[in-house]
Design a protein around this ligand. Structure first.
Ligand SMILES: [Zn+2]
Length: 98
């Protein structure tokens, strides 16, 4: 099992967000549930994100921004996450297999 897949939670602005990796995020790479509806507060990643460092970073930043501020515009969140992922990969960041 990958290190990313073993991650059980993400801390954002002092709050712990449970993390799951499964196939529920159909049509999405990840979903951030705010816990205000029937689904409990959590971030669900599609296993597809584990195939690429860039996709994993993009999805992590994207969902963490949603968790940090729900009113933040989706287009801003999406563009910022893609910018961060692209630049981190350009600077050579990548997962280390252990
Ligand atoms: Zn989004």
């Amino acid at each position: 099992m990958s290190k990313a897949k073993q991650t059980r939670s993400i801390r954002v602005s002092g709050r712990r967000w449970p993390v799951r990796f499964n196939g529920e995020a159909k049509g999405y790479f990840a979903i951030c549930h705010d816990g205000l509806q029937a689904t409990p507060r959590q971030i669900v990643f599609n296993r597809e994100v584990l195939r690429s460092d860039r996709l994993l970073v993009d999805s992590l930043v994207h969902e963490m921004l949603h968790a940090a501020g729900w009113p933040i515009d989706e287009a801003f969140v999406d563009g910022f996450a893609k910018d961060v992922a692209r630049e981190l990969i350009r600077f050579g960041f990548k997962r280390v297999k252990k």
